[in-house]
Design a protein around this ligand. Structure first.
Ligand SMILES: Cc1cc2nc3c(=O)[nH]c(=O)nc-3n(C[C@H](O)[C@H](O)[C@H](O)COP(=O)(O)OP(=O)(O)OC[C@H]3O[C@@H](n4cnc5c(N)ncnc54)[C@H](O)[C@@H]3O)c2cc1C
Length: 541
């Protein structure tokens, strides 16, 4: 959708500045063929800007955490709890914390994981509802930060651009761009650290993924991407088409359809949708007898085992699970509804992420005639709406393009070791968190088939264990090192579009432990938590 062009301005950074590539909307004379494309808005172009370098502050911290989202805050809390002797700083590119849960503001935004597994292990989820809305999750994350006195450690508007490791000093020298939101000024500064814990999420904050749609400029209505929801968007009594069938689309549909004149969820192909209870059935009976923190732990483990059982079933008996899920939808929508066309994917459950909907709210919207699902292909946009390949026309005042995220690896930080650039796609992932031959660096990345936080909690605890061992023994570096023969297998056993689109930016995955990315919490729990002092194929110096 967007054209990205680098203008070959041969700027060289002076000694007191650094070069930074930033994006801005193209001016018409920047791109002569600007009007030939099918753009919803001006394409972004990449331009080189010279950013003044602030005098080196000579600041040194033990741990530098990149990102103040769910993972960054959770990891800092763990660091506070387990290694209070270590100094740390959290650098956050945006002006607020919360990451995903602050950025996305579309109507009805909520978790699609249950909050017993999506919350931090150290901060019990004590709300009645198993699924939470975006504001509640944001409040929960910020409450954790307050409770661990993190706010004094977070520096907002600090974007980490690059990190250089020196084997002589055993330190990272990290280049950071600090922006001043008031004056639009930027400056570069340097922070040194012993260990980097990157909690930068997995997608591009600037733009979501939008496929190319022919004729989109002809559309007279409004086009909206859920990642940049206009605060003032008035969809009351409007005709709305939501393009997509993933978690975002199935969240938007029931909420918006309360107010719209008509709402169509337009999908190219269906996704598996599972109806889950908004309140866990164990909660009421257990809370009468047990303290809330025990109830949380029991339900959390029940959910972990249930999620894992369902995932295993999807690998071992995909037909059985498929039949079960589709029968549940038939029960919701009645015998006359065309479940085969609109809710029967052409892949097996969990080959792509399964969408959970609380108390069947999307099915209620369809049953009550507030929303309709159309399964078809887009031919082109026109002034009134969307022409479909079947010949049908969908007229609309607003089109919501819920077509997903654009993946980004590791916050786009350029790593180098002793002056040599690191190509992360050539490195193997160690225990799902470190990279081969990169010292003192870990990344916090969650599960795709289960709650994100289950893995990021384990990662933070494992890293705290490593740091403790280093402190205890006077080591200054820890490096994952491949010491035996190893083959390669795909990193993610998952063929969602956004994963497939990002394969060429991902590191490699080994075919044996501890280099094989694991998607099972119980196995990680044993390897990373119970056996956290086992450090095979790590070189400590
Ligand atoms: C709408 C939506 C709903 C979701 N629902 C669920 C769910 O129910 N269950 C689930 O398991 N997962 C869900 N996910 C996945 C979700 O992103 C994760 O669960 C989780 O919020 C990610 O947290 P994070 O802290 O790792 O990353 P993020 O939330 O993306 O936060 C990363 C932070 O790092 C900052 N950052 C990035 N790069 C840099 C840099 N170079 N320098 C400084 N700062 C940087 C960013 O500004 C951001 O604040 C959902 C995702 C979306 C988009």
């Amino acid at each position: 959708m967007y054209h990205v062009r680098t203008f070959n301005k041969e700027l060289q950074p002076s000694i007191n500045s650094s070069l930074r590539l930033t994006q801005r909307p193209a001016a018409e004379n920047d791109i002569p063929d600007y009007l030939n494309g099918t753009y919803t808005s001006r394409p972004l172009i990449t331009v080189a800007r010279e950013i003044p370098m602030k005098k080196e502050e000579n600041e040194l911290v033990d741990v530098l955490i990149v990102g103040a989202g769910l993972a960054g805050i959770g990891s800092a809390c763990q660091l506070r709890r387990r290694s209070p002797e270590l100094s740390f700083t959290i650098l956050e590119a945006r002006s607020v914390s919360g990451g995903t849960w602050d950025l996305f503001r579309y109507p009805g935004i909520r978790s699609d994981s249950d909050m017993y597994t999506y919350s931090y292990g150290f901060k019990p989820w004590v709300n009645k509802s198993a699924i939470a809305d975006g504001d509640t999750i944001l409040e929960y994350i910020r409450e954790a930060a307050d409770e661990h006195d993190l706010n004094q450690h977070i520096r907002y508007n600090h974007k980490v651009v690059s990190a250089q490791w020196s084997s002589t000093d055993n330190l990272w020298t990290v280049t950071v761009t600090r922006s001043d939101t008031q004056s639009d000024n930027e400056e570069s500064l340097i922070i040194r650290c012993r260990f980097i814990l990157s909690c930068s999420g997995y997608y591009d904050y600037d733009q979501g993924y939008t496929p190319e749609f022919a004729g989109i400029d002809d559309f007279q209505g409004e086009i909206v991407h859920p990642q940049h929801w206009p605060e003032q968007l008035d969809y009351k009594n409007k005709r709305v088409v939501v393009i997509g069938s993933g978690a975002t689309a199935v969240t938007l549909v029931p909420t918006m359809s309360e107010d719209t004149a008509s709402l169509v969820m337009l999908q190219r192909s269906p996704t598996y949708i599972a109806n889950v209870p908004g309140e866990d059935p164990w909660l009421k009976p257990l809370i009468k007898f047990l303290p809330a923190s025990w109830v949380f732990r029991l339900i959390r483990w029940k959910k972990v085992l249930l999620q894992q059982y369902i995932y295993r079933l999807s690998r071992k008996n995909p037909k059985g699970l498929r039949r079960f899920l589709l029968n549940k939808i038939r029960e919701e929508l009645g015998p006359d509804y065309d479940v085969d066309t609109h809710f029967t994917p052409d892949y097996n459950p969990w080959d792509q992420r399964l969408c959970a909907v609380p108390d069947g709210d999307i099915f209620a919207a369809i049953r009550e005639g507030r929303a309709e699902v159309v399964t078809d292909h887009i031919d082109s946009f026109n002034s009134k709406g969307i022409a479909l390949k079947s010949g049908k026309q969908l007229d609309a005042d607003i089109v919501v393009v819920a077509t997903g995220l654009k993946l980004k690896f590791g916050g786009d930080i350029a790593y180098s070791i002793d002056g040599k650039e690191v190509d992360v796609t050539e490195r193997y992932v160690y225990r799902g968190m470190m990279l081969s031959d990169i010292p003192n660096m870990a990344m916090s990345v969650g599960y795709t088939n289960s709650s994100w936080t289950l893995k990021t909690d384990l990662t933070a605890k494992y890293v705290c264990g490593l740091l403790k061992k280093m402190n205890r023994n006077g080591y200054t570096s820890v490096t994952p090192t491949i010491t035996d023969k190893m083959g390669e297998v795909p990193l993610l056993d998952f063929d969602a579009g956004y994963v497939l689109r990002a394969q060429d930016i991902m590191p490699k995955n080994g075919d044996r432990d501890p280099w094989k990315n694991n998607d099972k919490y119980t196995k990680d729990f044993v390897n990373l938590e119970l056996k956290r002092n086992k450090h095979s194929e790590l070189t400590f110096r």
